[in-house]
Unconditional design. Sequence first.
Lengths: 183, 758
Amino acid sequence: MDLALRLEARTRTLGSAALISLPTSPARQSISLTVNGTPRTVLAFPMARLLDALREELGLTGTKEGCGEGECGSCSILLDGVLVNSCLVPVLQANGANIVTIEGLANDQRLHSLQQAFLECGAAQCGICTPGMILAAKYLLDKISQPTLEQIREGLSGNLCRCTGYLQIFEAIEKAARKEAAE
Amino acid sequence: MARSPEKKIVGTAVPRKEGRDKVTGAAQYVDDMRLPGMLHGATVRSKIARGRIKGISFDPAINWNEFVIATAKDIPGHNCISLILDDQPCLADGMINHPEEPILLLAHPDKHALAKAVEAVTIESDPLPAIFSIDESERKTEVIWGTDNIFKSLLIEKGNVGQVWAKADFIVEAEYHTGAQEQLYIENNGMVAAYDPSAGITVWGSLQCPYYVHKALMKLCGLPEEKVRVVQMETGGAFGGKEEYPSMIAGHAAILAMKSRRPVKIVYGRLEDMAATTKRHPSRTRHRSAVDKNGKILGGEIDLTIDGGAYATLSSVVLSRATIHAGGPYFWPCVRVRSKAVATSAPPHGAFRGFGAPQSLFAMERHMDRIAGVVGLLPDEIRRRNFLRPGQTTITEQEIREPIDLPKLLDKALVHSGYYEKKARFAQTNNSGSIRRGMGIASFLHGAGFTGSGERYLSSLVGIEGTADGNVRVLVSSAEFGQGTNTVLCQIAAEALRIPYESVSIAQPDTTVVPNSGPTVASRTAMVIGTLVRSAAIGLLQSLQVPDLLPENYTPEQFAEACHKHITQNGVLRSLARYESPEGIYWDDAKYKGEAYAAFAWAVYVADVSVDLSTYAAKVEDFVAVQEIGKMIHPILAKGQIIGGVAQGIGFALYEKVLWQNGRMLNGQMTNYIMPASCDLPPIHVIFEELGNRHGAYGAKGIGELPMDGPAPAIVNAVVDALGLPFDSIPLLPEDILEAWTSRSASRREPARSGAPR
């Protein structure tokens, strides 16, 4: 499982970066995707970044840009269940895809267990890495319901945080995992 | 959910005020803002370090009619970023003084059209000789600032150092260096500006100090106070990096907005942010100390120089804090500290958590280990014998009146780190194998609030207002950027008013709404602003209790009712509190003597480090952080400050190296400027001691910067302990260890390089 995670983390940057070199089309295209359970259509240049389509076309500004080169993980989202850096994904690649952003985690007023745990453990300080961090954590817990500390460290290795020094984030993920197990 | 008012609020883990918005993605940062008709702005910068601008040309392949173009000639007021000396232009006009200096601004409705346009502007210039190091600046190979390249020099003189050398059993001398460090907040800098001829200019942005930006914009735009409005958006990390540079970006956005009469957004990309904005000042510190055979420091000379970059900006005050912290938490019977901030042709260095103290304390704490080696004592013992005690004076002759107990902090750190047991074990295991282990200690202090008379000049004003629904709102210009300002100040207000935490909110910093409570810097918020919030809260209570709207003992419901009544009768319920210097605080700015800070936080950190002799990488295996912070207002936030600071300190010590080429940062990407990631952090054990502080709300001192000071020397001391080789420069990268290890026969063990016994 660990190896699989690691490989996927690597594809997360390399795979999509490779796609950037596809020939660009000058015309905007209609791209259909499901975002947080709702079918949406955007008119965008096919090689536009999925990050920009989400933020600018769909108004989902919870997904953040930190570096624009796939290093910091602030723009992490789930694309067909896989964690990706949306700054490296051309919107064309998301045609027909199912996307989950931070806005899709809370159920009405009820926070997702990870959001609640982040809040309780002090895992969000300035908050800019938080949406990506929570999605990386969700991806990890979807794969491994009770991760070890080492698995958590590895699961978050594509997400940088400058405020917390990570330890309270690890605590939050452990807490959310325990809570999920208890329920 | 409402807390009963009898229950303490200060000292408990209440929910972070803006936490819910942060975990749901609802929090609004500057790049999340969109205004109708908004343009995007970009900056054309110098590619050379120094020279004269001859002309500007525009590639005809671009349709420039689509762009708004602004240069220094479009600045309505003075072309400067008003801060201390006003020597930095907002847009270079004639002279270029550093790489990446802003020269011309562009705006366009499509942000994707800008990158190409920036590249299509050519700045023609005649290069002039430039300066790229402290040494060159001192030698005045070229005078690039003032008459001598010196922004500021300071002198602290305590006792007669001249007489001490004859009494010394040992004289220990060495030189220490620290490198530039990028703040690397994950949210890049950004601003939105909008102009309306009748209302004036408004900017929204990622920033720490709303009134710094306000002051700079008045001068730049030639507008009166009431026609400049600054609003802080949710700010994605700052660490000092959004203290002074936001005034520059706000100025650029404002110039474009005034010229185009449309709102303009400027958000930097990572490369631009790293290359063009401030970093921690590189430093060089020389120590020469007289020590007796028992390891007591008799006196010494400290010579400290920081590289300020091309303009004065904040270097004089960074130098001040570096200088005052240069003697560490030790008693110096006599000492002379000479320090200066010098000009180089790099982008100006600026505020970064610790503000000079991490530099001078790195030198002090490495030097203590060096002294220990020369005298033949263990690192803990040399510190114990020199710790400041109540009644003694610091290097500025500030008498320690606080109940400090440094030996106790040291004992705790030794016990929690298993110091002696590990030292003994490593002494055995280090004889073989490729992994060497070492233990390192750093003991240090950090002053809270502005230095010397700074708080008196700031004269901060804080407000609290009641609302018609019976709640309370805190009005301060102190910004939240992750450290917990909102939460901590609301806790203090709720505790003082004896109402539930949930009944208190805090206004978004907006200069039309909040008074000037000064900048959000210098570990001053909990102590200085917290105290003022408490005073304002007490004033608010009096407004309700004197006219008999509220009894002596009251319930939250009665409080809400009284607020409502007061507002119905008088229209407004507001209480203000202004800073007054505590009695007995004396500071002489000319002699640099007296009470440098109202309070110091004290700490002892211990690092357990491994060095892998197959990769030469040093790794922190375990870390203990013991600190006395007066009073912990919020246990989880306080712990978060310490862990986060230690993480940045680990980066400062072992990973974060700015590569310079002719004054320009070469590795301005997260790919090649390496900060600690989730796999790099050791377990960090955080231990608080609380001895109170008569100057702080509920006894609080500042803790934001403290944890930045100790990790680097503790870690490097541990590497030295592991390998028996001296390392006196950070960052300490594997290639540095490789070089020292492979040439070790030449230098051998640490004491050999230090002064010989006399």
